[in-house]
Design a protein around this ligand. Structure first.
Ligand SMILES: *Cc1c(COP(=O)(O)O)cnc(C)c1O
Length: 376
């Protein structure tokens, strides 16, 4: 069986974990947390980052930082992971879901402005499959209506918008290192702070509402409870694992892109059958987080999943539109989000992981082209 995903291992994870353990400080903000921060801030170019226990938690921190209160409205795509919405729902926000665009699952930016009201507080673009949303349009709307922009960059490591790193454009951004992402630590995430006014408070929220981080830097002589917060910082053991991956980021990306490009080349004939392939605008890059195709119908997609499974290949569908979820359906305002629903029914993700061989990619593609012949 060709699995859908297999987490990458650099081989140094256990060495670094051992080093972290031997350093005598395995709680948060230890030796390897600093190495990871240094990587992201100095080598990579983010202004300020804080490792978190997950991307979900980084999003929750963002919702606290921009002071989301009961009744505030937050605009985001319906075609996303539950955490994008939950983080704001937990603060009492009303979520206003926007449709995806026809070309790819990113939010259709032409549909956002009509959703803005006097209660709108933030826009949360999700860079689906690591492919950039139209950030200039989104930042322009944010400026015009004085809104915050929180990038859900969970899938977007090492990807760019007009030459700018994703995660560096909104006021805040959240990344994931869950084992299904390009760079992993099992569970893990990161908050990126691009607007300096949030820097100090972010440290406090992450440290249970205390100013402990300032205390450890020697900036104050005692620490205490100064704000709301929770425990969002990962153990240094997690950071040690993550650092072993970060050192290999170029190699990981090279390999993943090779696989992604092979899929895109081999599967080109599908467009003649009305099946959509990933679409990347001129302003965006591809970070090979995911390879997906969009079938013509739910029946067609299910038939392909079954056919691939019979050929020992695991392929999986993705999100179910959040506006139609059991939790939210009663709260939705009834607008049809047709592209979101189409991706729910028709999008199919193919295996993509570091160890996948190009000849396996060829095999998967041949199986799909074979299915086209028999499945009509
Ligand atoms: C993976 C993912 C998340 C959640 O990340 P965790 O680190 O598992 O909390 C949130 N949003 C999107 C778009 C994701 O793909």
């Amino acid at each position: 069986m060709i699995p859908f995903n297999k987490p990458y291992l650099s081989g140094n994870e256990l060495n670094y974990i051992q080093e972290s353990v031997q350093s005598g400080k395995i709680s948060g903000d230890g030796l390897f947390t600093k190495k990871c921060n240094d990587f992201f801030e100095n080598k990579y170019g983010f202004k300020k980052v804080l490792l978190t226990t997950s991307c979900t938690h980084a999003l929750e921190m963002a919702a606290i930082l921009i002071n989301i209160k009961k009744g505030d409205e937050v605009i985001m795509p319906s075609y996303t992971f539950v955490s994008t919405a939950n983080a704001f729902v937990l603060r009492g926000a009303k979520i206003v879901f926007a449709d995806s665009s026809f070309e790819n699952p990113n939010m259709d930016v032409t549909k956002i402005e009509s959703l803005i009201t006097s209660r709108t507080k933030a826009i949360v673009p999700v860079h689906y499959a690591g492919i950039a949303c139209d950030m200039d349009s989104i930042m322009e709307l944010a400026k015009k209506y004085k809104l915050w922009v929180v990038e859900d960059a969970a899938q977007a490591i090492e990807s760019y918008y007009k030459g700018r790193l994703l995660g560096s454009i909104g006021h805040l951004a959240a990344f994931s290192f869950h084992e299904t992402k390009n760079i992993v630590s099992g569970e893990g995430g990161m908050l990126v702070i691009n607007d300096e006014q949030f820097s100090q408070r972010a440290e406090i929220i992450r440290e249970k509402g205390t100013n402990r981080s300032q205390f450890f830097r020697g900036e104050i002589n005692k620490y205490g409870w100064v704000d709301i917060g929770s425990s969002y910082l990962p153990s240094d053991i997690i950071a040690a694992f993550l650092f072993a991956q970060l050192e290999k980021i170029k190699d990981i990306q090279r390999k993943r892109l090779e696989i992604w490009n092979r899929y895109q080349k081999n599967l080109f004939p599908l467009v003649n059958y009305g099946i959509q392939l990933p679409f990347i605008e001129d302003y965006a890059t591809c970070n090979a987080h995911m390879y997906y195709i969009v079938c013509k119908s739910l029946e067609q997609r299910n038939s392909l999943i079954k056919f691939l499974k019979e050929n020992k290949i695991l392929s999986v569908f993705h999100y179910l539109s959040l506006h139609k979820s059991e939790y939210f359906i009663e709260s939705h305002d009834g607008r049809e989000l047709e592209n979101s629903d189409r991706y729910s029914d028709c999008l199919l993700r193919l295996p993509l992981f570091y160890e996948l061989e190009l000849n396996q990619v060829d095999l998967i593609c041949s199986a799909i082209l074979e299915w086209l012949k028999v499945a009509k």
